[in-house]
Ligand binder design. Structure first.
Ligand SMILES: [Zn+2]
Length: 418
């Protein structure tokens, strides 16, 4: 059976695109209010509904939610975010290693307020220089630093303890820092690194130049998202499926690594609203001609939401529809049989600028339905239409099973009836 006629699978994830109704949008959500003709056409031809990607009691992180979308139950396998980022950076963790995400952040009012979880999206080059400055002190504590992209970096604690309590910096933007200092096993050493960074970064030439350029300085590090290497079966082991992952952020590439998906790097993929959308769409279509499945993740809507900027989220949603969804649907005509699952991983309401555990809207669509679809959309894709469709999937890990294994119509009913 030629590659073109084999069933192809596409998973499209606009991170953090889901939201709440907003008065300034006539009590509609950004997804409902803004111009998304391609997603509306998909919703008109396929099946839509709501799905719970965050198991009860777990934090609504992108790691937890994207694991669910790929069919992994986070309540069974999740150990923390940083081990996935380590995997995508090619850092192999020993069983007794603990990996931590290290952010460069900006603290205001004499280091008391979390002003910016990204230090104004500091560049990777600037950050690498700061990492160099911090390394001798960190190594003296028996830990190691690995430079990453922009403000996202990795710290590995050899023979580190389990159980430290830490907080994602983007979840308390504009709020006090001290109540969120690390606590629990190993917290003393983690706090020493944060406090030492204040001294070492204060008059660092990189920060002096940033201040001159009216950019926020990276005047502190922040440690969170820790864990040991998770034990995960690949999609090939589970479903006999080969695949690729197209993403800018290490976290998603790392989850892809554990799922056995080949990472596809795209020039100009930034993880922000200036990302190379077209390049990602073309790379995904090319990867699909070589493997059965492609997982395409776009970070921009989530970053826009964390910034609290409505126009930025509008731009991210409309660009995702026009520059990713449209070109991918057009490119899929090269394949005879295909199925698509499109869904945000979680809500990131602009009002709170933080993730929420609310269920998210999804679209399941296949090539037969698309061939039968009319030219004009008959319903919009939004949180509201997904709710009224009545297909609530309590455990989102079921969706990938629906996508990969079963002729769908009947299965959606089964999945939603729990
Ligand atoms: Zn996310």
């Amino acid at each position: 059976m030629s590659s073109e006629s084999k069933m192809k699978y596409v998973i499209l994830v606009p991170d953090g695109m889901a939201d709440q109704p907003m008065p300034e949008l006539g009590n509609r959500t950004p997804l409902a209010a803004y111009d998304t003709p391609w997603m509306d056409k998909m919703a008109s031809a396929g099946t839509i509904g709501l799905a719970r990607t965050v198991p009860p009691g777990m934090e609504p992180g992108s790691d937890v939610a994207n694991l669910s979308i790929l069919g992994y139950d986070p309540s069974e396998i999740y150990t923390g975010r940083a081990p996935f980022e380590a995997a995508s950076m090619g850092v192999e963790l020993m069983p007794d290693d603990v990996a931590f995400r290290l952010n460069f952040v900006t603290l205001d009012r004499n280091y008391t307020i979390m002003a910016d979880h990204s230090a104004n999206h500091i560049s990777s080059d600037e950050a690498a220089q700061l990492i160099k400055t911090l390394t001798p002190f960190v190594e003296s504590l028996g830990m190691h630093l690995y430079p990453g992209v922009s403000y996202r970096h990795l710290l590995v604690w050899k023979n580190g303890p389990d159980g430290a309590v830490t907080y994602p910096p983007h979840d308390f933007a504009g709020q006090l820092v001290s109540p969120r200092f690390p606590s629990g096993p190993g917290a003393d050493k983690l706090l020493r690194i944060i406090l030492k960074s204040w001294k070492l970064l204060k008059d660092h030439p990189v920060n002096q130049q940033r201040v001159k350029d009216c950019l926020r300085p990276a005047n502190s590090v922040w440690l969170w998202g820790q864990g040991r290497a998770p034990k995960i079966k690949s999609l090939r082991e589970k479903y006999g499926i080969t695949g690729s992952v197209v993403a800018a952020v290490d976290l998603i590439k790392g989850i892809g690594h554990y799922a056995g998906l080949a990472p596809i790097n795209v020039e100009g993929a930034t993880g922000f609203v200036d990302t190379n959308y077209e390049g990602k769409a073309q790379a995904a279509l090319k990867a699909l001609s070589e493997r059965d499945l492609v997982f395409l993740h776009v970070e921009a809507p989530d970053e826009a939401s964390h910034s609290g900027d409505l126009n930025l989220k509008k731009q991210a949603i409309e660009d995702f529809d026009r520059k990713v969804v449209g070109p991918v649907l057009k490119g899929l005509s090269a394949f005879a049989n295909w199925r698509v699952l499109l869904m945000p991983d979680h809500q990131t309401p602009l009002v709170t600028r933080a993730h929420s555990t609310e269920p998210v809207p999804y679209i399941l669509l296949d090539s037969e339905e698309w061939a039968r679809a009319g030219k004009k959309a008959t319903r919009a894709f939004s949180e509201e239409t997904a709710l009224s469709a009545g297909n609530l999937v309590e455990n989102a890990t079921r969706l990938v099973e629906l996508l990969l294994t079963t002729p769908r119509q009947s299965a959606v009913g089964e999945a939603t009836s729990g």
